[in-house]
Design a binder for this molecule. Structure first.
Ligand SMILES: *[C@@H]1O[C@H](CO)[C@@H](O)[C@H](O)[C@H]1NC(C)=O
Length: 356
């Protein structure tokens, strides 16, 4: 019907599509370039190499040339509730990171869990079980809240702890905890054998038996839980890792165990009679062991800040477990309403980071 005759409507449409395509390509390049220059700009500012007078060695590994090779793939897995604001994952983290935001209390969410049990551990295990064969080179496991009392940052802000993360350090280590400061969790949080004995002693003094009173502390139940989870692995004398279940792991470290192990850990979580805070905390103090670290995993805070985030200057005054000005354990778990702009006493904090 239209044979041989140019159709002005159709060629207009064609031009329009072409124009759109060009625009999309331009937009894509603009974004990619924007991220590269940000990544480069972040490094020298306030960074160690400069303050120690040591220039960064040129990257030997061709993989580390962002202009010539795609960056290593990163997945970030977040455990959220319907009420959490998770927009910051998309706004403030690299576009190239794949975001997997699980909503634990919405069975119709595109990413969710078989059962809302065991806190963030159920999300992390579900992600591994479902994606075991298609894991990114690095997976970051994280909570939904951007500002949280346990984030190792002067503003308790997750954004710098993620944006500054040195992926090459994660690659070297296999597993890194995304928190350096020792307060809560290090240097010796749980003594599984002694703590179990102590709990039994207290119970018998109180004249109760295991059946009568539900357990109330992680210390008391850790030994039994560890034996159920990691059958055949000797229960360590001491377990320690800085708190709060946020960490990055390489594909290789995850795959050092077969998928079935993660299915079994999740089955344990699904079936345990322990309350969520206890089962979640058992996992919190088991991840580093699961991913191949010693049961006591407390690198010196100074080394940790340097390796993890490039905060290495001589101006960092540190003890084994803390560096001045980096992290203060707050008195309350809930940050004030207008944090980070206003502080505990309503004072202006002069926050300069990006806001949502
Ligand atoms: C914020 O800036 C003001 C004005 O420069 C200053 O007086 C105040 O001490 C600063 N507050 C903090 C918490 O640094």
């Amino acid at each position: 019907m239209f044979k041989g005759r140019p159709n002005p409507g159709r060629s207009l449409l064609l031009s329009f599509i072409l124009l759109c395509l060009c625009f999309l390509i331009l937009l894509y390049h603009h974004h990619a370039a924007g991220f590269d220059s940000q990544a480069i700009a972040i490094r020298p500012a306030g960074d160690t190499a400069g303050s120690r007078g040591i220039a960064e060695p040129p990257a030997k590994n061709p993989e580390e040339h962002p202009l010539h090779h795609p960056p290593p793939s990163v997945d970030i897995v977040a455990a959220s509730l319907q009420t959490d604001n998770t927009a910051w994952f998309h706004r403030h983290l690299p576009l190239s990171w794949r975001k997997h935001i699980y909503t634990v209390d919405d069975s119709r969410a595109s990413l969710t869990v078989p059962k809302n049990k065991g806190r963030e551990a159920m999300v992390y295990l579900t992600h591994i079980v479902n994606n075991y064969d298609s894991l990114a080179e690095t997976t970051i496991f994280f909570h939904a809240a951007r500002f949280a009392w346990h984030n190792d940052d002067p503003d308790y802000d997750a954004v710098p702890t993620l944006r500054r993360l040195r992926l090459e350090h994660v690659r070297r280590e296999g597993y890194v905890n995304l928190r350096c400061v020792w307060v809560i969790g290090c240097p010796e949080e749980i003594h599984p054998h002694l703590d179990a004995e102590e709990a039994r002693r207290l119970d018998s003094e109180a004249g109760s038996t295991d059946e009568e009173k539900p357990p109330t502390t992680t210390k008391a139940i850790y030994k039994t839980a560890f034996q159920e989870l990691l059958q055949g692995v000797p229960v360590p004398d001491v377990v320690a890792v800085s708190c709060c279940s946020q960490f990055a792991v390489t594909r290789e470290a995850i795959r050092r165990r077969p998928r079935e192990d993660y299915v079994r850990f999740r089955d344990w979580l699904l079936s345990t009679p322990l309350t969520d805070d206890l089962s979640g905390r058992v996992m919190e103090f088991a991840w580093h062991i699961i991913f191949g670290k010693e049961s006591v995993h407390c690198p010196s805070t100074k080394d940790c800040y340097c390796n993890l985030w490039g905060l290495c200057g001589d101006d960092m005054t540190c003890t084994d477990g803390a560096c001045e000005g980096r992290y203060t354990l707050p008195g309350l778990a809930n940050l004030p309403d207008h944090w980070p702009l206003l502080g505990w006493a309503g004072e202006n904090r002069n926050f300069t980071g990006p806001l949502d």
